[in-house]
Design a protein around this ligand. Structure first.
Ligand SMILES: *[C@@H]1O[C@H](CO)[C@@H](O)[C@H](O)[C@H]1NC(C)=O
Ligand SMILES: *[C@@H]1O[C@H](CO)[C@@H](O)[C@H](O)[C@H]1NC(C)=O
Ligand SMILES: *[C@@H]1O[C@H](CO)[C@@H](O)[C@H](O)[C@H]1NC(C)=O
Ligand SMILES: *[C@@H]1O[C@H](CO)[C@@H](O)[C@H](O)[C@H]1NC(C)=O
Ligand SMILES: *[C@@H]1O[C@H](CO)[C@@H](O)[C@H](O)[C@H]1NC(C)=O
Length: 384
């Protein structure tokens, strides 16, 4: 189709030198790279693109002369019952929820030491991060998400990001992530609008990436950037599991069951019948943070191929588990619904409350920094 259009364009226009050059370049690019339509994406990439390797962060360079995605809007979505009475962002979901391929702007295929090396990674920290949250990423790198050998087990970290804004603002944020990536090698970025309702997409894109680049990691912590995660305790908990080194089912966190879709249009979590017909959600773990095995991550990805996207990411994980006949479990140490402090008279940030937990939602960067250090203070004394 592109060729036909170009042909028409050529026939109808008296070409100036500039247009001629442009069209020529385009044709050459198409000739050299071809185009590869899959069910929803077409992208052409030109320019320098050196992949990032762990040992040579300074050579990272990602330049796109142009690159675009064309996952077509599903026009027939507009014929769904009462479509026009739905809020704009829900209409958007209905138009684009089939799109599952987006070009990567920042990649790190060597994060786990390659597909085979990935069996060396015990715990992969997978953290959803919004491009603008530089400070959160910085503090996580210095605290619970530090890459390290913990009790003989390797911990690795990866942030998942999309894009925000448009024009020069978008470029600026992309540049920020690129600089961070050059220094830390810890960002995966795809070219999609990083919104709340696109978090499921982010999750699926990660699982896709993992299958290719880190298929043998033992365990994963999948979570938000505003949680306090005691990764030392997580390693200990995971190492103590009876005969499961990541090759069997594990999915645990703050278990939520008997939840229902919120039908109130003003809610952040609004899900109309047009998106989820049933009045029930399957059991799932709160998306603030949950632990899962490499095995379960692969099963979820496999199931996701045939389950229509629901834009609430944690519920969607639950749907994938249900389809696979697997159950999410509850871990008492995961508190995604708030701080576990007993009353307003005591210090909510007393490190003794956090020393034995796995994960708590939500912390500001300064609180995070302080808590990590306080819980690691060798002189910390806590009552029984
Ligand atoms: C487009 O939307 C219609 C109506 O919801 C649906 O039946 C169809 O499967 C969708 N097409 C794709 C490619 O997702
Ligand atoms: C569509 O809107 C009408 C009028 O508001 C309402 O009675 C009906 O239940 C709606 N149908 C669906 C499927 O939302
Ligand atoms: C998700 O990202 C795509 C690609 O940028 C965009 O077209 C779509 O509107 C986004 N969806 C939502 C619900 O924000
Ligand atoms: C991304 O999503 C936000 C929120 O829905 C919207 O305001 C913005 O226009 C979108 N940007 C693009 C480039 O689609
Ligand atoms: C993926 O799912 C299909 C059925 O949908 C099943 O036949 C296959 O065994 C699954 N593969 C894995 C690796 O789970």
């Amino acid at each position: 189709m592109l060729r036909v259009l170009l042909y028409r364009f050529l026939r109808r226009n008296i070409l100036s030198g500039k247009t001629f050059l442009l069209v020529g370049t385009l044709l050459m690019v198409i000739y050299l790279y071809g185009y590869s339509p899959d069910h929803c994406a077409v992208h052409l990439k030109v320019g320098v693109r050196r992949d990032v390797h762990q040992n040579e962060p300074s050579t990272t360079e990602t330049t796109y002369a142009f690159s675009w995605t064309q996952c077509q809007q599903n026009m027939s979505a507009a014929h769904i019952t009462n479509f026009t009475s739905l809020p704009g962002n829900i209409q958007n979901v209905l138009y684009y929820r089939h799109c599952r391929h987006f070009p990567m702007l920042l990649d790190n295929p060597g994060k786990c030491g390659g597909p085979d090396g990935s069996s060396e990674v015990f715990l992969l920290l997978v953290i959803k991060s919004s491009p603008k949250n530089y400070e959160r990423r910085e503090v996580l790198r210095k605290t619970w998400a530090k890459e390290r050998l913990q009790n003989g087990a390797w911990i690795r970290r990866i942030f998942l990001s999309g894009t925000m804004e448009a024009g020069f603002r978008k470029e600026r944020l992309n540049k920020l992530l690129e600089l961070e990536h050059r220094e830390y090698n810890d960002i995966l970025q795809w070219d999609f609008n990083d919104t709340f309702y696109n978090l499921t997409l982010k999750q699926i894109l990660f699982l896709q990436w993992m299958e290719k680049n880190c298929p043998h990691v033992h365990f994963l912590l999948n979570g938000d950037e505003d949680v306090f995660a005691n990764t030392d305790n997580m390693v200990e908990y995971l190492q103590n599991l009876q005969d499961n080194n990541g090759n069997k089912h594990l999915f645990t966190g703050h278990l939520i069951y008997n939840a229902k879709p919120i039908r109130y249009a003003r809610s952040k979590y609004f899900i109309p019948v047009q998106l989820h017909q049933s009045d029930k959600y399957p059991a799932y773990c709160g998306g603030g943070g949950f632990l899962l095995s490499g095995y379960t991550a692969k099963v979820i990805y496999n199931m996701s191929r045939s389950i229509t996207m629901l834009p609430i990411d944690d519920v969607y994980m639950g749907m994938c588990l249900a389809k696979a006949g697997l159950r999410p479990e509850s871990h008492m140490g995961v508190k995604t619904a708030g701080h576990p402090f007993p009353s307003s008279r005591v210090d909510a940030y007393d490190p003794c409350f956090y020393k034995d937990l796995l994960l708590v939602h939500r912390f500001l960067p300064d609180e995070m920094y302080l808590m990590w250090h306080r819980t690691h203070d060798p002189n910390l004394i806590c009552g029984v």
